[in-house]
Design a binder for this molecule. Structure first.
Ligand code: C2E
Ligand code: CA
Ligand code: CA
Length: 251
């Protein structure tokens, strides 16, 4: 993609171009690997959507996802992404390629009301993909506001066999309260903790989160890891799972 052609669409342009984007399959799914830093093995990959507009170039999800969340397109996009992941996994299974679990981002708007989980299940069954190949990422902010509801959502995902990850842990204001009530399987440490210098007050906080997660028996994946120093530090405090530019950008 020629980056000189890149133009950032405003909200109206995003909405005006969306139907055509679905029709022409302009949305592509990228994968960013997650590593075990000690063994240097891939333990999974996160699916991240990209929009390649023929005229305006690549649009990043950080720009169009919020517009879709406020306009109702989000669920259609997330199911589209889920189907692309299923198609990718089906091809890999058929070719006998080694597969790692794929983390799939679910917006808070997907799970409030509607039939999102049923729709997901119908797609998964159509492609005949075992549930163990997926991890569902939900942001803690989607958990905020209705812990009761989210407990039920996570329970129903669990009863179907899905692994549930709490995304962006620590960036919201009530992470601990949510963690107390909602039994997630994996915590994704927000990349905000990787900014600034390693150690110091931030280090004490990360350290405590890792210890607490350990006591809960919940693995932690640190996001936004860009340097060896960060990875070494995380390893030294017991966090082996990392995702970030250090190993790979989304590809
Ligand atoms: P996220 O779920 O927290 O995803 C991680 C973001 O961090 C991605 O941005 C990824 O490219 C970026 N990243 C990964 N490693 C590094 C690093 O080492 N340094 C830095 N600075 N950044 C790193 P991306 O792809 O732009 O996605 C932004 C957000 O958009 C995601 O944040 C997620 O909340 C949302 N998103 C992306 N794809 C989907 C999707 O299919 N559905 C939904 N509902 N949301 C999505
Ligand atoms: Ca995520
Ligand atoms: Ca995240």
């Amino acid at each position: 993609m020629d980056n000189s052609k890149r133009y950032f669409m405003n909200k109206n342009e995003i909405l005006e171009n969306t139907e055509q984007a679905f029709e022409e399959e302009q949305f592509l799914v990228y994968f960013q690997p997650q590593y075990n830093y000690t063994s240097k093995k891939i333990i999974g990959a996160e699916a991240l959507v990209r929009w390649f507009h023929p005229l305006y170039g690549m649009q990043s999800p950080g720009d169009f996802i919020p517009v879709y969340e406020s306009s109702g397109y989000i669920t259609r996009l997330d199911l589209y992404v889920f189907e692309k992941i299923c198609a990718f996994l089906r091809k890999s299974i058929d070719k006998n390629v080694r597969i790692v679990p794929i983390s799939f981002n679910v917006s808070r708007y997907d799970v409030y009301g509607g039939n999102f989980i049923e729709d997901m299940e119908a797609i998964r069954k159509r492609y005949d993909i075992p549930v163990t190949y997926f991890r569902i990422e939900i942001t803690e902010s989607s958990l905020v506001g209705g812990n009761e509801y989210m407990i039920r959502i996570v329970e129903s995902l669990h009863s179907l066999g899905y692994v549930v990850e709490m995304d962006d842990f620590g960036s919201g204001y009530s992470s601990l309260n949510v963690l107390k009530d909602v039994e997630v399987d994996i915590i994704k440490l927000d990349m905000i903790f990787m900014r600034g210098k390693i150690g110091g007050r931030g280090g004490i906080i990360i350290n405590s989160i890792i210890k607490m997660a350990n006591w809960l028996g919940t693995p932690v994946i640190a996001e936004g890891v860009e340097t060896i120093d960060q990875a070494e530090y995380l390893q030294s405090i017991g966090c082996n799972y990392i995702q970030g530019y250090l190993f790979s950008k989304p590809v």
